[in-house]
Design a protein around this ligand. Structure first.
Ligand SMILES: Nc1ncnc2c1ncn2[C@@H]1O[C@H](COP(=O)(O)OP(=O)(O)OP(=O)(O)O)[C@@H](O)[C@H]1O
Ligand SMILES: [Mg+2]
Length: 501
């Protein structure tokens, strides 16, 4: 057999920020026609390594070879000249420009603004989007689109350039199952055309489905590179966290009073055809999961309750009192909190420190006279950093310098600190690593133990089963079943219920 040479080799790459090493002599290589997974915990260095490849950062040490040629990638133009493109974890789109303008913005012709409105750009965009099977008008302003479409636009943008090496940094974080499937068939096409694809994700099932090899980083160091056929989930987890983790998602039957008044009552909630006559109660100390397929009305339900989404009819009582919720501010006043699905685009002031973000919603509780009690605020922030294992040098670090997953954890911390009586979480563990998932499960349980009522939406059934005391199943806008957790014995049972059997 002919020995396959790598198309791309990164050798001995090191990088430090302000004297703190985040990559330590890392070797990484990808072959032609290969999908290579890059995995590791939040803050392990994945995005940084890829930003070095794409010229966003420069390495302190190390070489990059493409087809055996030493190349210098000092900026993003150098990367483009070497046919490298990247779908970034943080969106790089401009909301006030159209989809087509965003896609063609970074080209050499970027100075001739006239060209951006060119019919040709619009046509090229239309073709590209058609290939991706996304139904977006190229002339639509990006700001008017939902977060899933932002992600598809990012993907289209990367693919619109002539590419040999494509880096995807968590491309599916905001995609539905259907969009993910389309993306995967697209990846397979690119693979057969001989692209080298680097795929970053925390979703193990995706990695095992789509990737040929896997490289794992831990604390900035290369831990292992393996053939996906020769590796199983336990091994991957072991490499990522550095120890085995078998109790990841274990359900514990919790005790809470069932003969008390509900904290939250939702009555006859309807939103067009999306949500129809939804009724449920939440009791103090209880964790209720909502299961359902994409589009079953789960996100619409919680956004309507929280006042951030539309609602046609329905009543909401909090602690037995009717409340009128038209905006998020009304909801927060009533004691509700919602950690939304698209928290990557909302929820953080990126220029502010970790501490300032965490204490932002609870400033009034931090006041000592006219001033902020900094000691208390520091303690709250430090406690959350510890509890959620947020990887940051200290609580004064600006949040945009944190890794993607650690930014997500800060949004969680922020809402948890607010101490609401009802906490709603929409896909709480998107983008966080396997270790953090269990930490989040623990924190949510602790909150429920302290008497809060919790509502969790999750597409990850093991997570839903680990957390919930009771599960509501939504299907085509209605609650079709209610199940006590202890009545569900296997994941398949829940899966069947979700599919409407
Ligand atoms: N510009 C920067 N200045 C200072 N520190 C930085 C900067 N960019 C990244 N870091 C730090 O480097 C470390 C690695 O971050 P990186 O974004 O590469 O992690 P990651 O593996 O992509 O994690 P995630 O899964 O959470 O996205 C983190 O501790 C992060 O805070
Ligand atoms: Mg990252």
């Amino acid at each position: 057999m002919r020995l396959e040479k790598p198309m791309l080799s990164m050798k001995n790459i090191s990088k430090a920020f302000n004297g703190i090493t985040v990559l330590d002599s890392v070797d990484f290589s990808v072959k032609k026609g290969e999908v290579h997974a890059l995995m590791g915990g939040n803050g392990a260095g994945k995005s940084t390594l890829m930003k070095i490849l794409t010229g966003v950062y420069s390495a302190d040490q190390g070489e990059i070879y493409i087809d055996d040629q030493l190349v210098e990638i000092k900026n993003t133009d150098d990367a483009r000249k070497n046919y490298i493109s990247m779908i970034f974890q943080e969106f790089s789109l401009i909301p006030t420009l159209t989809v087509a303008q965003n896609i063609f913005l970074t080209r050499e012709d970027k100075t001739s603004f006239g060209l951006l409105n060119d019919k040709e750009c619009v046509e090229k965009t239309r073709k590209l989007l058609q290939e991706l099977e996304v139904d977006i008008d190229p002339n639509e302003l990006v700001g008017n689109l939902g977060v899933g479409y932002w992600q598809m636009t990012e993907i289209a943008k990367a693919l619109s350039q002539e590419t040999k090496i494509l880096v995807m940094d968590e491309p599916t974080a905001s995609l539905t199952k259907k969009e993910t499937k389309i993306l995967f068939s697209f990846i397979n096409q690119l693979k057969s055309k001989g692209y080298a694809i680097i795929y970053i994700s925390h979703r193990m099932d995706e990695i095992l489905e789509i990737c040929d090899r896997i490289t794992i980083l831990r604390d900035g160091k290369h831990v292992a590179t393996e053939d996906c056929k020769q590796i199983d989930l336990d091994m991957v987890i072991q490499y990522i966290v550095g120890s085995s983790m078998d109790k990841a998602f274990e359900w514990k039957e919790r005790e809470y009073a069932t003969d008390v008044a509900p904290v939250l009552e939702v009555k006859n909630l309807s939103i067009g055809s999306k949500v129809q006559d939804v009724n449920f109660n939440l009791y103090p100390g209880e964790i209720v999961g909502i299961a359902g397929l994409m589009g079953s009305g789960r996100t619409e339900t919680v956004s309507a309750i929280f006042g951030t989404g539309p609602k046609d009819s329905g009543d909401i009582n909090v602690n037995g009192q009717p409340v009128t919720i038209k905006t998020a501010t009304d909801a927060i006043k009533a004691g509700l909190a919602l950690i939304p699905e698209d928290r990557r685009v909302q929820g953080l002031v990126l220029e502010h420190s970790v501490k300032d973000n965490v204490i932002l919603p609870i400033l009034s509780k931090m006041q000592k006279g006219l001033f902020i009690d900094n000691k208390k605020a520091d303690k709250v922030a430090n406690d959350f950093v510890k509890k959620l294992n947020i990887k940051t040098d200290d609580i004064y670090k600006t949040t945009n310098l944190l890794s993607g997953g650690n930014q997500q954890k800060i949004v969680l911390a922020k809402w948890l600190a607010n101490d609401p009586s009802v906490l709603m979480l929409d896909e709480p563990t998107i983008g966080v690593d396997i270790g953090a998932k269990t930490e989040i499960v623990d924190v949510v349980r602790e909150l429920a133990d302290s008497g809060k009522a919790i509502l969790v939406i999750s597409s990850e059934l093991p997570e839903l089963l680990a957390l919930s005391d009771r599960i509501l199943v939504m299907h085509e806008g209605r609650i079709i079943r209610e199940m006590q957790r202890r009545e569900i014995h296997t994941e398949e049972e829940l899966q069947h219920a979700i599919q409407g059997f």
